[in-house]
Design a protein around this ligand. Structure first.
Ligand code: CS2
Length: 497
């Protein structure tokens, strides 16, 4: 047991062992409010901002906000927001203490404090990593206006729960106070993430205006639609969940306790559309790519990295592999992923200068990182929210182009089979999904494969209204028949693997 813990007071004592913030944290002003201060944010954006602060850009400290649980604040507040980032590759670990998060708030405990941070004129950027499901999208892509949390936020505009409620109330207050709006930077794995959030927030604001009896200029929807910037961004860094073994190892290395260190890989990438009317850190000096259009990068990442990740996760789970590196070392899965990439690559724009060969070579190396122990069950969460942009978009584009494909659809079938395996060959809550209640009820009926896939597509809104929907369903069902009969072995054999 170590007697003291990481904090501003103990930081200097670590200087010889690990890299620590080389700047005076008391001189940092908050310029960014981040919603969703989980492990991904702390391994990615907070590390880039730490670099900016170290280079003297002292106006861009981060206020970290959790929209749900108090866990992160409880762990990090006693540590003055400090935590260790462990950058791990097979056989090597580099520790770095990150100092960019100056304070932490928990929205359900104190929504007013969150609104105060969002309306602070020093806040010029609001960033988000709240996960796909927290955007509350309906099957057609617009806002799920029937969601209970949306109803709550419309009825209680001053005490919101959702990101939509907080952002809209804060933007309304800023406008009333003549403070310029902040830029909203979405950092979640959604397609066209900035434009998607812009649409959702405008829809939410229109409902809110209507509920408050406001119209036109008195309402906030027009302001959000026309005067707030929503650049899109592509974020990338693999961040497995921290385990107690990691905590113990880091404490040993530091000689003091860190309640929540974050594990990650050496690779990191951030591509951002350069549209920040209120200013931004000079991110480009620290390896961030600032571009006019992020779409090609975003599609490449979602379809090649995340698409393969979902395939590895579901087929890995069905084949008994607990981590990505072990699943990827399985020759059948490895061959499957190569074939999946070969199907997805032609759906990417040819004229955007993407180097898919180098990209997939790097991905193969990243997926093989044995030091990460990235759990397949972690990636398996929320498949209904992830598969549309990772797999279904590519499959529909192949169908439209008349290109043959057989591997993309196996990922969807494997998701359905893995969901059905919970409580049987997999532990009951091995992974979760927002659709779990209706999905589990549906899968327990064990309907014929075609009916099952049709019902799942209806439930999840996959390829809704698309002309090729029926073809896609049939292609998924063929794989599901194989998976049901004899697991991945037969499904792979049918693909010649
Ligand atoms: C993963 C991602 O959990 C998942 O669904 O595919 O979190 C992935 O690790 C990141 O997007 C990598 O940047």
């Amino acid at each position: 047991m170590t007697s003291s813990h990481l904090s501003d007071a103990t930081l200097r004592s670590l200087a010889e062992k690990v890299s620590i913030p080389g700047y005076d944290r008391r001189k940092i002003a908050p310029g960014i409010v981040h919603l969703g201060v989980g492990a991904f944010h702390r391994a990615h954006q907070a590390a880039y901002v730490d670099d900016c602060l170290a280079a003297g850009e002292t106006d861009w400290g981060i206020v970290g906000v959790s929209l749900r649980s108090a866990d992160t604040r409880d762990a990090l507040a006693p540590q003055d927001g400090l935590y260790t980032l462990a950058i791990r590759s097979s056989g090597k670990e580099e520790l770095r203490v990150i100092g960019s998060i100056g304070s932490l708030l928990v929205a359900p405990e104190d929504p007013s404090a969150v609104l105060a941070a969002l309306t602070d004129p020093r806040t010029r950027i609001v960033t988000l990593t709240i996960t796909e499901k927290a955007y509350l999208r309906a099957a057609g892509g617009g806002l799920d206006a029937a969601h209970a949390d949306i109803a709550h936020d419309l009825a209680n505009p001053h005490l919101p729960k959702t990101a939509h409620g907080f952002l809209t109330e804060a933007l309304a207050r800023r406008r009333a106070a003549d403070t310029s709006p902040f830029t909203v930077l979405c950092c979640d794995n959604l397609p066209a993430n900035g434009a998607t959030l812009h649409r959702l927030l405008t829809e939410f604001a229109a409902l809110r205006d209507a509920a408050l009896g406001l119209r036109g200029d008195t309402g906030i929807a027009g302001h959000i639609a026309n005067e707030v910037a929503f650049p899109s961004s592509m974020v990338d860094r693999i961040v497995p969940a921290t385990t107690d073994t990691d905590r113990a190892r880091i404490a040993d290395e530091l000689g003091i306790a860190d309640a929540w260190p974050v594990m990650t890989e050496p690779f990191r990438q951030w591509v951002i559309e350069d549209n920040f009317p209120g200013g931004r850190p000079a991110w480009e000096k620290f390896g961030v790519t600032m571009v006019g259009d992020v779409a090609p990068f975003e599609d490449m990442k979602l379809r090649l990295l995340n698409g393969a990740h979902s395939g590895i996760a579901y087929l890995g789970l069905l084949s008994g592999h607990a981590t990505v590196d072990r699943a990827f070392a399985d020759p059948a899965i490895r061959q499957f992923v190569d074939a999946l990439w070969a199907e997805a690559i032609p759906t990417l724009p040819e004229d955007a200068g993407l180097d898919t060969k180098t990209y997939t070579e790097e991905l193969a190396e990243r997926f093989s990182n044995t030091a990460l122990a990235h759990r397949t069950a972690q990636i398996a969460n929320d498949g209904s929210q992830k598969l549309p942009q990772r797999i279904i978009a590519s499959a529909l584009e192949c169908l439209e182009a008349g290109t043959e494909f057989v591997h993309l659809t196996l990922v969807v079938a494997a998701w359905i089979a893995a969901c059905a395996a919970r409580g049987k060959t997999l532990p009951e809550n091995h992974f979760t999904d927002p659709l779990d209640v209706p999905l589990t009820a549906l899968l327990s009926q064990e309907l014929p494969a075609n009916e099952t896939v049709t019902a799942v597509f209806d439930l999840a809104g996959f390829s809704r209204d698309h002309a090729e929907r029926q073809t896609l369903i049939e292609l998924v069902a063929v794989h599901l028949v194989h998976l049901r009969r004899d697991g991945p072995t037969l499904a792979f054999a049918a693909l010649g693997i």
